[in-house]
Design a protein around this ligand. Structure first.
Ligand code: HEM
Length: 475
């Protein structure tokens, strides 16, 4: 047999099983480079729990999904009953199903907090742009995975949700209606749709997710972790060891820290699974306890909570094409964030008060859009949604403007451009119906633009960044 040299020059030769494996597979080398000798910044805080928690939920979804697939029937006549069978007759079937449904919602909770951390600490900025893009692709896959999984129980909301969302493709010019039929596999949501959604949900997208998560982690270990101070720890190496002076080995320090997060997370997850599995209708829609009926449209169709911010954006504009385009734009802008916010300071800790306010308000805007997306599709909620959706988009304008280190002149020019665009939108979509509350909701984006683009002209201190320290700080 061809003898391989030891994986690391400094590593002592190991005997036993590990030594046998190391001679054939770089196990110890991988463990060292990716875990025990991966130096992470020593100042990780609460916000750094969510990457490892996302991994945990991914494993939970795959394992519980495999067990569900053993008893589930992907057939329009049997699917609903097979889920009832899992809940009532399969040993521990109710637990496995609730772990899967709760896991789906908690996946989004964890991923949204993980993304917000990236936004706060500028983790998408150079050299982590690709890491961010891979994260965004994971996010798209997660959305597709959740959407397709939701059809499988073949309940009322499964059916009508799929009907509404697949019909959105019909709004795309020229190819729309062919695309809609191609995605459904039929003229409506039928057995053909269930077949393909099942195959994609159970096989294709999980495989893609695992691949993307592996790439995400490889990219992270290539560039190294960012941290709450947004300072590169690799800029300060110990001259003797060549290791970052502000770094500590991931194992044992962060494996132990992450275990605390896992413990707390499992307690929260268990409380939901055992005491409130449908989360008051947030995690499992009450309409989905009824079998799908294509003759009876539910009075109010809306997706589960993690899609409702986008749903609110979609239905804000009384024009389907424009709604679909805004929905696509709201996600594309997140992809483009590393190139929109090119401010040299990464962490929000050292950015100006105005930018800090804009980031916090962006998080709140997303939450408010989520609530609006769950509300009935009345004129009031639709118009309020339009006002808040425009604030969502304006955040990117503000982030871009602040990254240019703006003068008063530039702030005023941007403000004028924003006012023209907002004015055109109102004239195009809302002028015929402007009255009372509708008029007032259209003031929301104007007020936002004045706050972030005009107020700093009079109070320039609001745009003043703080000095970034040389080395990370422990707080
Ligand atoms: C299945 C979903 C995901 C998993 C399992 C995952 C996993 C991880 C892990 C384990 C880390 C390192 C630990 C940490 O920083 O918390 C990390 C870092 C990171 N992730 Fe994710 N991630 C996922 C989704 C996303 C998404 C959707 C985005 C953004 C669009 C994203 C962006 C990032 C960024 C920018 C970092 C580096 C953060 C820093 O160093 O400050 N990830 N991810």
């Amino acid at each position: 047999m061809h003898e391989r040299s030891l994986p690391s020059e400094t590593a002592p030769a190991r005997g036993g099983l590990i030594g046998w494996i190391d001679a054939r597979f770089p196990l110890t080398q991988l463990w060292r480079s990716q875990v025990s000798e991966y130096y992470a910044p020593k100042n990780f805080n609460f916000w750094y729990f969510f990457g490892s928690l996302a991994l945990l939920v991914l494993v939970n979804q795959i394992v519980t999904g495999i067990f569900l697939a053993m008893s589930y029937q992907p057939n329009v006549h049997l699917a609903f009953a097979s889920v009832q069978y899992i809940m009532r007759d399969v040993h521990w079937g109710w637990l496995i199903r609730y772990m899967h449904t709760t896991g789906a919602s908690l996946f989004f909770v964890v991923v949204y907090l993980h993304m917000f951390r990236g936004l706060m600490y500028g983790s998408y900025k150079k050299p982590r742009e690709l890491l961010w893009l891979l994260g965004m692709l994971i996010y798209l896959c997660l959305m597709a995975e959740a959407f397709m999984g939701y059809l499988l129980p073949w309940g009322q909301m499964s059916y009508w949700g799929a009907e509404v969302i697949t019909s959105l493709y019909g709004a795309i010019p020229w190819v729309g209606s062919s695309l809609e039929i191609w995605i459904r596999g039929d003229f409506g949501v039928t057995q053909a749709t269930l077949d393909r959604f099942f195959a994609l949900h159970v096989v294709a997208i999980p495989l893609l997710l695992i691949l993307l998560v592996a790439m995400h982690l490889l990219a992270l270990h290539q560039v190294g972790s960012n941290n709450p101070d947004g300072i590169e720890i690799h800029d300060h190496l110990d001259p003797k060891t060549g290791k970052p002076v502000d770094g500590i080995p991931f194992h044992p320090y962060y494996t132990v820290k992450d275990l605390v997060g896992v413990g707390v997370f499992l307690i929260v997850a268990a409380i939901i699974v055992f005491y409130a599995p449908s989360g008051g209708g947030l995690f499992i829609d009450p309409n989905n306890f009824q079998p799908a009926n294509f003759m009876q449209t539910p009075p109010d169709i809306h997706p589960l909570w993690f899609f409702t911010p986008y749903y609110a954006i979609l239905r804000s504009f009384p024009n389907k094409q424009f709604g679909v385009a805004s929905l696509a734009m709201s996600i594309l802008l997140l992809f483009a964030l590393p190139w929109i916010d090119r401010h040299p300071i990464r962490s929000i800790r050292y950015r100006s008060w105005a930018y800090r306010g804009a980031v916090v308000l962006f998080g709140l805007t997303f939450l408010v859009l989520g609530v609006i997306g769950m509300a009935p599709a009345t004129l009031f909620w639709q118009r309020l949604g339009a006002g808040v959706a425009l604030v969502y988009f304006l955040f990117f304008v503000v982030a871009w403007t602040y990254a240019q280190r703006p003068t008063s002149r530039r702030l005023l020019t941007t403000l004028a451009a924003v006012f023209v665009v907002l004015g055109l939108l109102i004239w195009r979509f809302y002028l015929p119906s402007i009255a009372g509350i509708i008029w007032r909701t259209s003031l929301i984006p104007f007020a936002y633009a004045l706050l972030f683009l005009l107020v700093p002209v009079f109070f320039p201190g609001l745009l003043r960044d703080r000095p970034v320290p040389e080395r990370v700080r422990m707080r």
